[in-house]
Design a protein around this ligand. Structure first.
Ligand code: GLN
Length: 453
């Protein structure tokens, strides 16, 4: 823990942590020492962890990287982090992220962007770590935590993992409790770990996952033997390759990476089959209706009365208006406006209901592939390697949204998806592949990922 605290101080230029909690960390580490001295070693005894700022941590600032939650210290702990502490993990601090987890580059944070510890060979240009869990991914890549919690609504665990050469898994919807996690789009949000290796990710997920009476969408199924699945043979597993993911303008290095992943899995004895997921092209537009709709509803609670920032006004309505005007950043406001629009009378059927129908079709595509005997699906994790800070922000928001083209389908269908580092592309930057599993097929994903890693 002391070594990590020193490394955090030395790496402050990355802006990965919003809040550091050294005193808490040292106290937790001391408790771990005592536990070991008593001969009681818990599964994560003394392992120093960074926590995405979206998870409520009792008595510790939890601001979702938003000005509107300025100074908010929850009087409760999220179930996911409580599970980690119960297993002996140590909290190092709160990690930077896109504001309310809305973004793909960590540039929407009120606390400024996170810098990716990777650089293009021969270049000093600062790169984004991806988002929204950019702080989690950068911190793991830079060795300023041993592992991190993250969340994924449309790719926010997998895309930053791919951009930083780390492993990130979004488990099946319902595998982790959402209780105490600041809500973005409740029907899509899932917690998961970002870690250095497939094995570390397996160990962390095992601890984070649980059924929870405080979240009725958490699922009462035994948590799998994820660590045991690492290294298990993949012989005879059927891996689907969906042709719809071969999108126009995909860089040659991504295409080559995908082929390399296919070859590795084939060499390990897996069977490769071509599949079709015909509604894939509607996933991104449908996501950008469903997610903002749910966000506009979830974010209505930040009114200046109950949490964080309060900007006074002449009356209660102007207090709301002033607080929300000052408290939310541009991307969050854009989402609230889109969401309110698609839910409004006259547009609800045309947009929201239609997007939900598309969602059902996307889910059905996957169901059919799994019913036909496919065990997992292999795709690229992202359409490119990490890009430069400010490079995309200058482009239209839609260009930024295109980063999620390979990841949002998984959230729409509630399936598990893992991003695994698969090699280096141009300029020596890490590239990731994605494996998508059957519902609660996390063990299979860990076995397959270890082949690629
Ligand atoms: N980039 C996507 C968005 O901005 C996904 C975010 C996420 O998964 N939290 O909505």
């Amino acid at each position: 823990t002391k070594a990590y605290l020193a490394a955090m101080e030395a790496a402050r230029a990355l802006n990965a942590y919003i809040v550091e909690t050294p005193e808490k960390a040292l106290a937790m580490a001391a408790a771990s020492d005592e536990s070991i001295a008593r001969g009681e070693q818990r599964p994560l005894e003394g392992v120093p962890i960074g926590v995405k700022d979206l998870f409520a941590t009792e008595g510790v600032h939890t601001q979702a990287a938003s000005h509107v939650l300025d100074g908010f210290k929850p009087p409760y702990e999220s179930t996911v982090t409580a599970n980690l502490w119960q297993d002996g993990a140590v909290m190092l601090g709160k990690l930077n992220m896109d504001e309310f987890a809305m973004g793909s580059s960590n540039e929407t944070s009120y606390y400024g962007p996170v810098v990716n510890p990777w650089k293009r060979e021969g270049s000093n240009l600062e790169l984004v770590p991806g988002g929204s869990s950019g702080g989690s991914a950068a911190a793991v890549a830079a060795h300023i935590c041993a592992g991190a919690t993250a969340t994924d609504t449309g790719g926010s665990i997998r895309q930053p993992a791919a951009f930083t050469g780390t492993v990130g898994i979004k488990p099946t919807y319902g595998r982790c409790s959402r209780w105490g996690t600041v809500a973005f789009a409740s029907s899509l949000d899932q917690a998961g770990p970002i870690a250095r290796t497939v094995r570390d990710a397996a160990i962390l997920l095992k601890s984070m996952a649980s059924v929870d009476e405080k979240d009725t969408t958490s699922v009462d199924l035994p948590v799998g033997d994820y660590e045991g699945a690492v290294g298990r043979s993949v012989k005879g597993l059927r891996i689907g390759i969906p042709k719809e993911y071969r999108i126009d303008g995909m860089p040659a290095e991504i295409e080559a990476l995908w082929q390399q992943g296919i070859d590795w899995l084939k060499d390990a004895g897996a069977e490769i089959v071509d599949i079709t997921l015909p509604h894939t092209k509607y996933a991104l537009p449908a996501y950008y209706i469903v997610a903002p709709a749910e966000a506009s509803s979830n974010l209505a609670r930040y009114d200046g009365v109950r949490y964080g920032l309060r900007v006074p006004g002449d009356d209660i309505v102007s207090l709301y208006e002033n607080t929300r005007a000052a408290g939310f950043g541009a991307e969050v406001k854009r989402r609230i406006l889109i969401g309110t629009y698609v839910l409004s009378a006259g547009y609800y059927d045309a947009y929201y209901v239609r997007a939900q129908k598309v969602r059902t079709l996307i889910k059905r595509d996957f169901d059919l592939a799994f019913e036909a005997g496919v065990d997992a699906i292999l795709t690229p994790a992202t359409p490119s390697a990490a890009f430069g800070l400010k490079e995309m922000a200058l482009a239209s928001p839609v260009e930024m949204y295109l980063n999620d083209v390979f990841t949002v389908t998984v959230n729409m269908a509630g399936l598990p998806g893992i991003a695994v580092p698969a090699g280096l592309g141009a300029g020596g930057l890490p590239l990731g592949l994605q494996l998508i599993g059957r519902p609660f097929g996390e063990e299979t994903l860990f076995s397959l990922s270890e082949v690629i890693e």
